[in-house]
Design a protein around this ligand. Structure first.
Ligand code: KIV
Length: 293
């Protein structure tokens, strides 16, 4: 459970403190309003990941995801959540220079209302991260497997099996910490190394295909609901929503073909003068966007 008082949003400070506290951080991806509402009160962090390129748009990888796509989805998530900290991925090519990264991160925060951004890379991006942090942007790091840099479908190689990877990964984590990230996503790393990175880190390490020793775990929501093809081995499926959807569609198709749908309760009768409005559920309080320039 989060340490926030009921109704309050999780803060960067409270995430940082979870490095030394139980229980581990619970983090999931969200790309849309209704999914954000469903997940919000059960998780500490909602990440609007650029995995939306594959999950929502059927792209082969995250490489062609644009800033505009991230802004549209992140705004829906930030405006339809009230509890979880919201973080939005900076897409590939939007943080190649420190100046460009700051302009794009400011846009992401200003136009979505999210609490922070995530970008991929370790020591090589530390100066960019520092520049963002110095200018008031909350940054989540991401090391280990870096999907934005993987060139071929077979290129998602677990990190830590080869000599040199251990010290490079520990250096990446230390460089990000030093640059001021508030947490680090650690993706696809062998367990003993993930444990070492977590132990050495002064900020929470959030694992995905890493280790139960991390300070939190994150999954792509659609992977754990069986709504993606070929999910990675580490993505445990908690429900087979694909079968539920198929059953529902088969039921609808059968009803339409047999003229069982629509039935009396699903049509407007002649004595109703106006269409009744669609019922609204209470909307989570809208976030004020954290204006950063
Ligand atoms: O894009 C994404 O969804 C991510 C998570 C897998 C950590 O970066």
């Amino acid at each position: 459970m989060s340490a926030e008082p009921a109704g309050a949003r999780v803060t960067i400070e409270s995430i940082k403190k979870r490095k030394a506290a139980e229980p581990p951080l619970v983090c999931l991806t969200a790309y849309s309003a209704y999914i954000a509402r469903l997940l919000d009160k059960h998780v500490d962090v909602l990440l609007v990941g650029d995995s939306l390129g594959m999950v929502l748009y059927g792209m082969e990888n995250t490489h062609d995801v644009t800033l505009e796509m991230m802004i549209a989805h992140a705004r829906a998530v930030a405006q339809n959540s009230a509890h979880a900290l919201t973080v939005v991925d900076m897409p590939r090519g939007t943080y190649d220079t420190s100046g460009g990264a700051l302009a794009n991160a400011k846009r992401l925060i200003r136009e979505t209302g999210c609490d922070g951004v995530k970008l991929e890379g370790g020591a090589a991006h530390a100066d960019t991260v520092r520049h963002l942090v110095d200018n008031g942007i909350n940054v989540m790091g991401h090391i280990g497997i870096l999907p934005q840099s993987v060139q071929a479908p077979g290129g998602y190689k677990v990190v830590g099996k080869h000599p040199g990877e251990r010290s490079a990964l520990l250096e990446d984590a230390a460089a990000l910490e030093d640059a001021g990230v508030f947490s680090i996503v650690l993706e696809g790393v062998i367990e003993p190394l993930a444990q070492d990175v977590s132990r050495a880190s002064s900020v929470p390490v959030i694992g995905i295909g890493a280790s139960s020793h991390c300070h939190g775990q994150i999954l792509v929501t659609e992977d754990m609901l069986a709504l993606t093809q070929n999910p990675p081995r580490f993505a445990k499926q908690y429900a087979r929503v694909d079968s539920i959807i198929q059953q529902a569609v088969i039921g609808f198709a059968e009803d339409v073909r047999a003229r069982r749908f629509p039935s009396a309760e699903h049509v407007y009768h002649a004595n109703i003068e106006q269409f009744p409005p669609r019922k609204q559920t209470a909307k989570p309080q809208q976030k004020k966007s954290a204006a950063n320039g």
